[in-house]
Structures are given as structure tokens and as C-alpha cells.
Design a protein. Structure first.
Length: 163
């Protein structure tokens, strides 16, 4: 099985779980944060959704240079808008994985800020760490926020205490 096929299958499965979690975010509590050093529920929620947009950065491009960008997090007024954004990014990631050559995964990719290089790894490692593992980390963080807000959690890998 090709690397792209393995990642595509995982993306589709995990995107459904992520979507179910995003669907229960209480938009009336977006300013909530469990600790002064924590990000707000609003920022965390958008971050979880936007990670699926990183497939383009990590596979189509050969580097991410923070000095060349002007990143501003998206703003959403409704859960429907948030879910539409998530769905659009998953669709774009699916297209990339359907079209990417297996050779692309072997190429180096660099994260930098101008002349300061944070790291260079092969794209196969980068997408695993930054497109998948990073999502799982923040999605887990989001479940903690939601639990602290007494929001019933949907299933991710099996039944929850709420199901």
C-alpha cells in the first residue's frame, strides 16, 4: 500500500471524529480557558479545524517560512461555519493525497523563520508529526476543555462516559 493511501485512510477516519467533536463546541463559551497560560476555547477550536490545512504546506511546498507569512486565525460565528471550514480543508487534503507522488514523501521539508531553521525532515515524517500527531494532541486537549465545561463528548475511538 502506498504512503498516500495509508495517510488518506487515516485522514478520513480521523476527520469524521474531529468533525463530531467540533460540532459540540459551545459557541457561547468561546472565551473560556482552564488556566491563565492556556489558549481560549475559541483559539483551540479554530486550531483543531485549521490543522487539516497544513497538508498543503507540508506536501505541496518544500518549506514553511514564518517570516514570509501574515497568519491571522479565522473567525467563526457559528458551529456551521466552523464545520464548513473543517470540511473544506479535509476535502483539499484528500485531493492532495490523491494526487501526490510517492517520491514527494522522500523530499526534505524545512520549517524556518527567515534565516533561523527550526528543523528539516523528510515530508513523510513532517506530515505524520504536523498533520496527524499535532491534530491528535490538540483534539485531546479540546476534549479536556469540553469535559470541564460539562459538554457531553462524542465517541472518538469508542464509547465515552457520556455514551
Amino acid at each position: 500500500m502506498k504512503q498516500s493511501e495509508i495517510l488518506l485512510a487515516e485522514l478520513k477516519k480521523e476527520a469524521a471524529s474531529t468533525r463530531n467533536l467540533l460540532a459540540v463546541v459551545p459557541f457561547d463559551k468561546l472565551d473560556y480557558k482552564p488556566h491563565e497560560k492556556s489558549m481560549t476555547l475559541k483559539r483551540l477550536t479554530v486550531h483543531v479545524a485549521e490543522i487539516n490545512g497544513w497538508w498543503k504546506e507540508c506536501l505541496v511546498h518544500d518549506e514553511l517560512d514564518f517570516s514570509k507569512g501574515n497568519f491571522t486565525p479565522k473567525e467563526f460565528n457559528t458551529v456551521e461555519d466552523l464545520l464548513a471550514y473543517h470540511d473544506d480543508l479535509v476535502e483539499k487534503a484528500t485531493k492532495i493525497l490523491n494526487e501526490i507522488s510517492e517520491e514527494e514523501f522522500k523530499k526534505p521539508w524545512t520549517m524556518r523563520n527567515g534565516e533561523q531553521i527550526y528543523f528539516t525532515n523528510c515530508k513523510a515524517e513532517v506530515v505524520r508529526e504536523w498533520c496527524m500527531n499535532h491534530l491528535y494532541h490538540h483534539r485531546g486537549q479540546l476534549t479536556v476543555y469540553l469535559r470541564l465545561l460539562n459538554v457531553p463528548l462524542p465517541s472518538i475511538y469508542g464509547p465515552t462516559a457520556d455514551m
